[in-house]
Write a protein that binds this ligand. Structure first.
Ligand code: FES
Ligand code: FES
Length: 136
């Protein structure tokens, strides 16, 4: 539905069984694997896909950090990982290492080895902290 009917190809279609996280979106603020959500049950609910993070083509801070940290290689997993990172930082602005690992544990990436992904999340946290310190 998202990709073919609504023209939102950001959520990827891979395992189709909730194992890879590449199709992650939020529904009413909860991160879900969209492949497990029947579209009829999502009518009238607030759905955020990765497209919403850069509505004018300007990357969100999480997306920019992924680029800067070299966390985007083939890019197939990136939308799902970005959504997972965004969800983590909304729930826990200062996550520790274990929280970060847990947050991305449902997202498979065959390219990065996850080190760059974790670095991207740390970069985002650092930049947000610096921004908050500059604003105060
Ligand atoms: S395509 Fe949905 S979790 Fe893999
Ligand atoms: S960057 Fe290729 S699968 Fe993650």
């Amino acid at each position: 539905m998202l990709r073919e009917r609504l023209g939102l190809p950001g959520a990827k279609n891979a395992c189709e069984e909730g194992e890879c996280g590449s199709c992650s979106v939020t529904v009413d603020g909860t991160l879900v694997c969209s492949c497990l959500v029947l579209s009829a049950t999502a009518v009238g609910r607030d759905i955020v896909t990765v497209e919403a993070l850069a509505p004018d083509g300007i990357l969100s801070d999480v997306q920019q950090a992924f680029v800067d940290a070299g966390a985007v290689q083939c890019g197939f997993c990136t939308p799902g990982l970005v959504m997972a990172a965004r969800d983590l930082l909304a729930r826990s602005p200062q996550p520790d290492e274990l929280e970060i690992r847990e947050a991305i544990s449902g997202n498979l990436c065959r390219c990065t080895g996850y080190g760059r992904v974790m670095e991207a999340i740390r970069v985002t946290i650092g930049r947000r902290g610096a921004q908050a310190a500059g604003a105060s």
